[in-house]
Design a protein around this ligand. Structure first.
Ligand code: 5GP
Length: 194
């Protein structure tokens, strides 16, 4: 997506060889018009899959989930919460997720009342790296007998295995920008696929 590529190229920063920092427009300060445009593109891509809910994980996925849900007809957004401990309750389902950025295990959880059985769920997140967060959210959908209709991502890091693993599993995946590599502090983007 042209606008996102430009934002990464002008405002993105590399941290080491495998972290992309986009605090200037996505993760700390939010560039509103860009987030709406990103949501519009994801919504167009998944519209024919007829999602009834958008699911993300707190906190950095929420902005993109919200704009995507808006362009899908103001669908509800459910964000999975991160919990440091294992919560035992009949009202929640949970799944383990290893956090790439914080290097720790989290349980993510949702209250089952917010993802009704047989919902068509579009999963949205800001980044795709090893695929832990997306796989955890797919697991939440499976536990609740919901259908994960696809995964929409802002920035996929193509040098990490998450994208390949999801595609191999047959998951419908759309990433708005793909980082091929980080070298000498520079971020290299893959050509757009559209
Ligand atoms: P995964 O679960 O696919 O390994 O990682 C995705 C999650 O980790 C996203 O929810 C995102 O918040 C965070 N993440 C992974 N890589 C990066 C990165 O390079 N930069 C930032 N800002 N977040 C990342």
């Amino acid at each position: 997506m042209k606008e996102l590529r430009e934002a990464i190229e002008t405002l993105g920063r590399a941290a080491g060889t495998n972290v992309v920092k986009v605090d200037m427009f996505l993760n700390h300060r939010i560039e509103t018009s860009l987030l709406f445009r990103m949501g519009e593109v994801l919504a167009d891509y998944f519209r024919d899959d007829h999602p009834t809910q958008v699911l993300t994980v707190e906190s950095s996925g929420i902005a993109l989930a919200l704009t995507t849900a808006h362009f899908l007809g103001d669908l509800p957004v459910v964000f999975a919460k991160k919990s440091p401990t294992v919560v035992q309750s009949d009202d929640v389902v949970q799944a383990p997720v290893y956090s790439f950025t914080h290097k720790c295990n989290n349980m993510i959880r949702v209250d089952k009342h917010y993802l009704p059985i047989h919902s068509n769920v579009l999963i949205v997140d800001d980044f795709l790296a090893d695929g832990q967060a997306a796989s955890g959210m797919i697991s939440l959908c499976e536990q609740l007998d919901c259908k994960a209709v696809g995964v929409g991502i802002g920035i996929e890091k193509g040098f990490q295995p998450g994208g390949r693993l999801l595609r191999e599993k047959g998951v419908k995946l759309k990433s708005l920008a793909v980082v091929e590599k980080i070298e000498d502090g520079k971020i290299f983007l893959a050509p757009d696929d559209d």
